[in-house]
Each structure stands twice: as C-alpha cells, then as structure tokens.
Ligand binder design. Sequence first.
Ligand code: NAG
Ligand code: NAG
Ligand code: NAG
Ligand code: NAG
Length: 261
Amino acid sequence: MSRMRPRRRRTVLILGAAASLAVADNTVCSGTGMDWYVDLVGETPCTTYQQLRQICNSQFTVGVMDPNTPPDFCTDQVSACCCNSIAFALSMLCLNCQQNIGNGTGYDAGTGAYQDYLNGTDSGTGTSCANPQWYQLPTDIQTAVCNEKIKIDDDIYTNGWTDGAWFYIYTRDTILKDAIVANNNTFTKCASTTVNATSAASGPGSSTGSSATTTTVRAGGCRLRMGSRSRGRTRRRFFLFFVFCVLFSCRIHACVLYTFV
Ligand SMILES: *[C@@H]1O[C@H](CO)[C@@H](O)[C@H](O)[C@H]1NC(C)=O
Ligand SMILES: *[C@@H]1O[C@H](CO)[C@@H](O)[C@H](O)[C@H]1NC(C)=O
Ligand SMILES: *[C@@H]1O[C@H](CO)[C@@H](O)[C@H](O)[C@H]1NC(C)=O
Ligand SMILES: *[C@@H]1O[C@H](CO)[C@@H](O)[C@H](O)[C@H]1NC(C)=O
C-alpha cells in the first residue's frame, strides 16, 4: 500500500472539506436561539458533535437532525465516539441548533430516545453499541478529544436522563449557570482547553502550528524546550543541552545529574 505524503493528504482534506461545504453545511445554526452556545464555545453544537464523531469515522458529516427524536443514530462501525451520553446530548443540542427555536422552549427527547440512538434504529433491533458509556468517554476517545482540542463543556459530561429522555431548557440553563460560576472556564476535562488562572490575563492561548510534543526540562536554573519529534537526534540534543546547561548555570554537577540520569 502506498502512503500519501502529508502535504498531499492535507490538500485532499481541504478539497474534501470544500466539496462538502458546497453540498450542504448542516453544522450551521438557524436563527439566534443557540447563540448562547456559540458565544460560549466558539462554534455550533453541530460542529462539536461532528468533530467528536469524526474521531471514529473520518467521513462523518452532520446530517439533518430529526425533530422526531432521537435526532440521529449511532451507526459507525467504530462506535466508541457515539456510544455514549455525551454524543447523544450533543446531537440533541445540534437538533436545537438546526431548528429555528428562537426564544422558545426548543426540542426535548422522550423516554427511550437515548437507547434508540445507541441501538442505531427506532425499532430496537440494532446492535451498534456493545458497551454504552454514561457520563464519560472511553479513555482513548477522551485523549483524542483533548489532542484535537475539541471543546466539550463540563456539563455535557453530566448531562442525561437514565430513562433516555432529554430536556433543552434544563440543559441550556445548567450550562449557562455554571459558565457564570466558573468565569467561562467550563472545558476542564482537557488541559488543552482549560483556561489557566496564571495565563488567563493574557487570554487563552491559541497554539497553532507544529503539533510535535515539547518537553520542558529544568536544571539548576537552566530551561530548555526539546522537541520529541526525532528520537534519532536525542543523544546530540542531550550533549547540546549539557553545554547549554553549563553555560547558563554554575552548578555543573546539577547539569550532569539532569542531563544524563
Ligand atoms: C463569558 O462568555 C460570555 C459569552 O458567552 C461573554 O459575554 C462573557 O464576557 C464571558 N465572561 C468572561 C468572564 O470571560
Ligand atoms: C428573544 O428575546 C429577546 C429579548 O426579549 C428579543 O430581543 C428578541 O427579539 C427575541 N427573539 C426572537 C427570535 O423572538
Ligand atoms: C435496544 O433496544 C432495546 C429495545 O428497545 C432495548 O431493550 C436495549 O436496551 C437497546 N439497546 C441499547 C444498547 O440501548
Ligand atoms: C494549561 O496548563 C496546562 C498544564 O500546564 C497545559 O498543558 C495547557 O496547555 C494549558 N492550557 C492553556 C489553554 O493554555
């Protein structure tokens, strides 16, 4: 199997995104009823929902949500992203986003809607979810969410009714109340989306660019950021680090300790 070069793959992705935009963008909200969510998160709930499901199904795009709930079904073969109460809550918020709910009470879901969503069908015969999760994402999916900096509000993790129903006003008011309580710092399941108290003054940093992980090493007053992209150069890096460390610190023994231990 031949592998696409990263640049080419990126081009294909951009072309693909442009094509799907041209067809229909169901992530856009109708009217102003969900402005509260967009103001808080910076995107529509349909976008959040789509990003979550795309972790498990790169081809997934949000369709037209069905007002006869459940608005959508969990039908992906790799179903871990949608076999949970968090994806269902986002699908309900997405339904309310697509409908022009204005100042109204929005769309709720009746008893059993969540179970139907998991089953992947209204008839209760589907088998999409072997291991549905309440109030949490599987560990690997949560890690992916954080890596992709997908903003899922803390309250969405605790949102849900065991009988499978769902309520818009209660959900909206809980999220907005807790946003005021926490000064909008309500995306704390990921370090990448948590507003740090110390850096809050300069605003939440939006880091674009390289996705290579960096490690900060401290030793006797020395501080060096090391990219972990190329492991082959590790030894030369350690030598350079040692020299750097010695130059900027009088404590040679500390540098030896931190560099080579
Ligand atoms: C919190 O977000 C709202 C928009 O949802 C904004 O109007 C408000 O100024 C923000 N508050 C803080 C403390 O950042
Ligand atoms: C919703 O209520 C606000 C404030 O009462 C009002 O300004 C706005 O026009 C209303 N929007 C709709 C769509 O009815
Ligand atoms: C699927 O539907 C059946 C019948 O409604 C229900 O008993 C079952 O719990 C559902 N499965 C899941 C995974 O929710
Ligand atoms: C907040 O701090 C953590 C831990 O130091 C860091 O990983 C994260 O990127 C920071 N988040 C933001 C938004 O700056």
